[in-house]
Design a protein around this ligand. Sequence first.
Ligand code: NAP
Length: 305
Amino acid sequence: MSRIYNKVALIGLGLIAGSMAHAMRRHGLAGTITGYARSAETRAAARDIGLVDQVCDSSAEAVIDADLVVLAVPVGAMGAVAREIAPHLKPGCTLTDVGSVKQAVIEAVAPHLPNSVHFIPGHPLAGTEHSGPYSGFATLFENRWWLITPQPDADAEAVTKLRALCEGMGANVDEMDAAHHDLVLAVVSHTPHLIAYTMVGVADHLRRVSQSEVIKYSASGFRDFTRIAASDPTMWRDVFLTNKEATLDILGRFTEELFMLQRAIRMEDGEQLFDYFTRTRAIRRGIIEAGQDTDAPDFGRSKVT
Ligand code: NAP
């Protein structure tokens, strides 16, 4: 794969930025990579492991002369970071972000940018429950979707280059409208996370089940909830605060379905439960056929308990 950008600046040096750095290096997609993170501790860690070519002590210094600037900070920090770097961006450069919510990021970032900058918002649908400068890895984006939400008047060449970068890191790219993105993500990611947080919270509050039993017997479905509920609190707080409408919409629908199933259990309506679970099983099959998960038992974990 050949070089796509001469200089890429990563603002934020956590899971997503770190994975981008590893993937861009592995595939030779960037000439130089600079980076900046808020805390001296993260910057020192990134320097220690040589995560990028140059770790800078200010965001302004990191973006100087960059052809691509990537905002890889929590959604709630995007606006402040954009304001900080705006006067230092090279005319004609592309600025993208990797935030999990798109409308709120656009509203927070766009007003700060000069017209000479191509702003193309994006979101890789890839992640783990880990965070920080040590958590990234080069294959994170392989065969995952990277959604970009350019405005209709976005510069076609800038969009093509950004698509090529994402594809170069192994992702499949789709374009969609930002509002649609936020609704889709509320269904496939944001509300499921909220439900996982809730289920783990319920277990935590249930004094009849001791802490040790929750841990000892968590080989069943609960374990997967705990993995999701271990995700970064800052990131997820910001996701719910900024994708409020769509999440509340999906949560309302979820609650209705839950009441319906609750009633079916109370009424001992086995047929309704069976039909419902048959339909949901088909959705799982569709995800496996689309290559978005493994059909290995227990999600391919080697040690089955
Ligand atoms: P992360 O591992 O927690 O890293 C966040 C980075 O942002 C850290 O280096 C942090 O620096 C830095 N940061 C925070 N506030 C900052 C500020 N005001 N100025 C400069 N740097 C700041 O998070 P992540 O998982 O990479 O997530 C980054 C973005 O990607 C988020 O917007 C998230 O919504 C999105 N995303 C995440 C996932 C996922 O599964 N994790 C998936 C797709 C998209 P310090 O360490 O110094 O605080």
